[in-house]
Design a protein. Structure first.
Length: 572
C-alpha cells in the first residue's frame, strides 16, 4: 500500500505566490530579497495554521536559490533547491523550542552559528514556538541574535507574541499573520478537491471552513477525515454528521416559531436536538450566531460579514426581512445572557426552554404601514419619543450628560408591561397585569392630543397617580418616584433627582412605562425624563447595626414590616 500523505503536507505552498491569505507579507519578503535588504532576524507571529512555518521555509529556500526568478521565487532546479525539497539541506536548521527550550540547547545552536555554510549563501535557523524558550535561554540567545555573522539568518515563529521578551522583539522584523477568511479556505479546499477528484457541495466546504476557525491546516485535516468516511462524496449532510454540527434548518425553524410566538414547536425542536445527542450550549452558540447573521442582513453595508454560501445567504435575507430590530436585538441579548449563565445553572435544559419562551414573547413592531393608516384617519404623524438616560454620575447642581436611546433599545430593557407608546407603533410587553392607572389611560386614547401644555401641579398629579398604581406591585420603585418631587423644565423635560446608580437602573427599566403614561395622561408626547444623580454631602454613613437597619428600612419599607410581623430583634 502506498504511503498516504495528508493534504496539509501534500498541498503545502512551496512558493510565495501559492501562500494563501498573506499577500502583504509575501510581497514584503519578495521585495526585501530583490532589493537585497534582508534583515538578520524575522519574527512570524499569528494564530495556528495560517502559514508561519511555511513562509519561513520558503524564505529560507528562496534566499539560498542560485537561480532566482525575476519575481523572487526559487527555481526548484539548482542543487540548493533540490536538497531543500528532499529535506537534505545542510544550510537550513529547524529547532522546536517547545522541546529544546533550555540554555544548553541555545548554546549548542550558538556554536553551530559560528560555522559558515559550505554551499550556498546563508545558514538559516528556523525556531518554531519560540515563546516556549525559558528566560535564561532567551538571554543566552540575545547577543547572537543582535550581532550574528553575515551568513546567518534567524526566523522565529510563535502563536503567542506577548510571551516573548521585549529585548528579543526589538532585534527582529515582526510580521503579524492574519487569520484566513472563510472564502480563502473555501477556495483552497475546492482546489484540493478538484485535484483529488472529490465531489463537493458549496455548503459542505463553507461548513468545514467555519469549523476550522481561520486555520488552513485544520480545514485540510477535517477535509481528509470526511472524505475518508464518505468515499469521495463531500456532501453537506455528511459534513454536519461527521463534525457534530447542527443543521442550519434547526435555527431557521426555531427563529420562525419564535417570531410567530409558537412556544410548543420551539420546545419540540429543542427536544429533538437534545435527543440527537447535541449539547445545549452548542445550540445556544449556534442560535446566537444565527440571530447575529439575521441582524447583519439588515444592511447591505454589513452583508460582507455574512460568511455562508450563496444559497444559505438568500434564506438569511428572506428571514431577516420578517425579523424586526425590536426582535433581533433583545433576542441576541437574551441568548448571550443565557450562554454566559449556562454552565452555572443546575437545570441546563430548563434554562434554554425559558429562553425559548422569552423569545416567543418578543413581538416585533407593527408593520410600517401603520403610520400611513393613521395619516389616512386624520391623525397627525408624530416622531417616536426619545428617552434620555444619564450616562455619568454627577454632583447636584451640575449639568447632566445624557444619551439618546431609541424606543426599540428601550424596549429591550423593559421586562414585559403592555404599554403602547402613542403614534409610534411600539409595543412594550410585560408579563404582569396592567396597573389600573394605565388601563384608564388606554380607554381614553382616542382623545389623545399631540402636544398640550401642562403645569407643574398637573405633572405632579399625574406622577403621583402612576406611583400609586405601582405601590403594591413594587414598593421600592414607588419610594424612588416619591422621595423627591420631579421638576418641570423647559421643552417639557421632567427632571428627577435620585441618590444612586441602583435607583437609576430601576427607573430606566420602567421608564418607557412611566413615559407612556405621562404622554397619554398629559396629552403631550414630547415629554422627556432626565435622571440626575445627586450626592448629599451631609449624609452620615450608618455604622451600628441599628443605624444599618434603619437605613435599609428607609430604602425598603418591607424590611421594617418583615421585622415587625415576625417580632425580630437585632443580635448584637
Amino acid at each position: 500500500m502506498d504511503n498516504f500523505i495528508v493534504s496539509a503536507r501534500k498541498y503545502r505552498p512551496v512558493t510565495f505566490d501559492t501562500v494563501i491569505g498573506q499577500k502583504s507579507i509575501t510581497n514584503t519578503l519578495k521585495n526585501a530579497i530583490n532589493n537585497k535588504q534582508l534583515a538578520q532576524a524575522f519574527l512570524f507571529c499569528g494564530p495556528r495554521g495560517v502559514g508561519k512555518t511555511t513562509c519561513a521555509r520558503i524564505l529560507a529556500k528562496t534566499i539560498n536559490c542560485e537561480n532566482l526568478s525575476e519575481n523572487a521565487e526559487p527555481c526548484n532546479q539548482c542543487p540548493s533547491c533540490l536538497s531543500f525539497n528532499t529535506s537534505a539541506s545542510f544550510n537550513i536548521h529547524e529547532l522546536d523550542a517547545a522541546s529544546n527550550n533550555s540554555v544548553d540547547d541555545i548554546r549548542s545552536l550558538v556554536e553551530q552559528v559560528r560555522i559558515p555554510p559550505q554551499i550556498g549563501k546563508y545558514k538559516v535557523y528556523i525556531i518554531d514556538e519560540v515563546h516556549m524558550l525559558s528566560a535564561s535561554a532567551f538571554n543566552a540567545f540575545l547577543k547572537t541574535l543582535e550581532e550574528p555573522p553575515a551568513y546567518a539568518k534567524f526566523i522565529l515563529a510563535t502563536t503567542e507574541k506577548h510571551k516573548i521578551l521585549p529585548t528579543i522583539l526589538s532585534r527582529c522584523q515582526i510580521f503579524d499573520f492574519r487569520r484566513l477568511t472563510v472564502d480563502d479556505i473555501v477556495s483552497q479546499l475546492a482546489y484540493v478537491a478538484l485535484h483529488e477528484h472529490v465531489n463537493t457541495e458549496p455548503d459542505a466546504l463553507h461548513t468545514i471552513a467555519q469549523k476550522a476557525d481561520g486555520a488552513m491546516r485544520d480545514a485540510l485535516s477535517i477535509f481528509d477525515q470526511i472524505v475518508s468516511s464518505t468515499n469521495n462524496q463531500l456532501t453537506y449532510e455528511a459534513v454536519i454528521e461527521n463534525l457534530n454540527v447542527l443543521d442550519y434548518e434547526y435555527y431557521f425553524r426555531t427563529t420562525d416559531y419564535a417570531i410567530n410566538g409558537d412556544i410548543s414547536n420551539c420546545l419540540l425542536i429543542l427536544n429533538e436536538i437534545i435527543e440527537n445527542g447535541f449539547d445545549g450550549q452548542h445550540f445556544l452558540v449556534g442560535l446566537g450566531e444565527h440571530l447575529r447573521n439575521l441582524l447583519v442582513c439588515k444592511d447591505e453595508a454589513t452583508l460582507k460579514l455574512l460568511e455562508v454560501s450563496s444559497g444559505v445567504k438568500s434564506r438569511y435575507a428572506q428571514q431577516s426581512a420578517k425579523s424586526g430590530l425590536s426582535f433581533l436585538i433583545p433576542a441576541l441579548e437574551m441568548v448571550n445572557k443565557c450562554d454566559v449563565n449556562y454552565k452555572a445553572s443546575n437545570s441546563k435544559r430548563l434554562s434554554i426552554e425559558l429562553l425559548l419562551m422569552q423569545l416567543c414573547n418578543l413581538h416585533p413592531n407593527p408593520t410600517i404601514n401603520q403610520p400611513v393608516q393613521q395619516k389616512q384617519q386624520g391623525k397627525p404623524e408624530v416622531p417616536a419619543p426619545q428617552i434620555l438616560r444619564e450616562e455619568n454620575k454627577i454632583e447636584a447642581g451640575h449639568p447632566v450628560t445624557t444619551k439618546l436611546i431609541s424606543p426599540e433599545t428601550a424596549q429591550t430593557t423593559v421586562g414585559a408591561t403592555n404599554v403602547a407608546m402613542p403614534d409610534t407603533g411600539i409595543s412594550i410587553t410585560r408579563n404582569m397585569q396592567q396597573s389600573p392607572a394605565v388601563k384608564k389611560v388606554e380607554e381614553t386614547q382616542e382623545n389623545y392630543n399631540v402636544c398640550k401644555d401642562f403645569t407643574q401641579k398637573e405633572m405632579e398629579q399625574a406622577w403621583k397617580t402612576f406611583a400609586d398604581s405601582i405601590a403594591e406591585e413594587n414598593p421600592n420603585f414607588f419610594a424612588t418616584l416619591t422621595k423627591k418631587k420631579p421638576k418641570l423644565k423647559e421643552n417639557y423635560c421632567i427632571e428627577l433627582q435620585i441618590d444612586n446608580k441602583i435607583q437609576e437602573d430601576e427607573i430606566f427599566q420602567r421608564k418607557p412605562e412611566l413615559l407612556g403614561f405621562l404622554h397619554k395622561t398629559l396629552n403631550n408626547n414630547k415629554i422627556q425624563i432626565t435622571i440626575l444623580i445627586t450626592k448629599s454631602e451631609d449624609t452620615i454613613r450608618p455604622y451600628t447595626p441599628i443605624e444599618k437597619l434603619n437605613a435599609l428600612a428607609e430604602k425598603n419599607p418591607l424590611i421594617k414590616k418583615f421585622k415587625e410581623d415576625h417580632s425580630l430583634e437585632l443580635d448584637f
